[in-house]
Design a protein around this ligand. Sequence first.
Ligand code: NAD
Length: 250
Amino acid sequence: MEELIHQAAEILAAKKNVVALTGAGISVESGIPPFRGKGGLWEKIDPMKYAHIDAFIKDPAEVWDVLIKSMKEVLDRARPNAAHKALFRLERAGILKTIITQNVDGLHQAAGSKDVIEFHGSFAVQRCMDCHATFETGSLKLDSLPPMCQCGGILRPDVVFFGELIPPNHLKRSQLLAAGCDAMLVIGTSATVEPAAYMPVIAKRSGAVVIEVNPEPTPLTRLADMALMGKAGKVMSLLAEEVEKLIRQW
Ligand code: NAD
């Protein structure tokens, strides 16, 4: 693994336009369970029953009770881990330009990263389904569910539910960045949720080096130029350290 990390660091340190695609796995070490894989939320609840927009419209109180309320409790406590911090270190070193994240937890920004595309929206914001007023999730009272706006509308997290479209500006910018980067780091994603999973394919086809970080193989592993198989916290810290060392030497 050490040799692989050194090779990956040499590739990254020589690049000026690196983009990262992150998924739920990068936040597992911050105490947030992923959807799929070991310990994933889907082992406990049926996604189509609770994370689909049709389910929310049919019974918002139930979806708030089973899924969103517990997500709020977990996300309220979560803090950036070594992997989020390592991406900030790569940005500070002038290597990493943008993070495209599928996560809604805000932990990249909390670690200091400046250019973060929240592909699936942000849990930090709640939006009224009627008047579109927005509220901070942190200040929300959950005495009765679903929480309501002063106008009488139901509040929903400003995230992309299954069955909803990715905000077109996020999709367009991510596609352009994927096509224009010279390396893409793909960290902690099962690479199964489209269209996010397609970004590394665009990068690869446009000539970028694709480096995957995940303890398990994914459908992307065969396409990737390198697979660093391990937990994001450890792998990314070592990688950032190695890149910083190389930059100091050059
Ligand atoms: P996923 O749940 O489908 O897959 C998680 C991946 O992370 C798996 O491949 C797993 O092997 C890997 N993983 C587990 N522990 C890891 C670790 N310590 N280090 C590195 N990788 C690890 O996640 P996804 O591909 O992001 O897709 C799920 C969707 O669910 C996303 O679109 C996202 O919006 C949403 N989601 C977000 C959060 C969050 O905001 N933190 C949490 C759960 C789900």
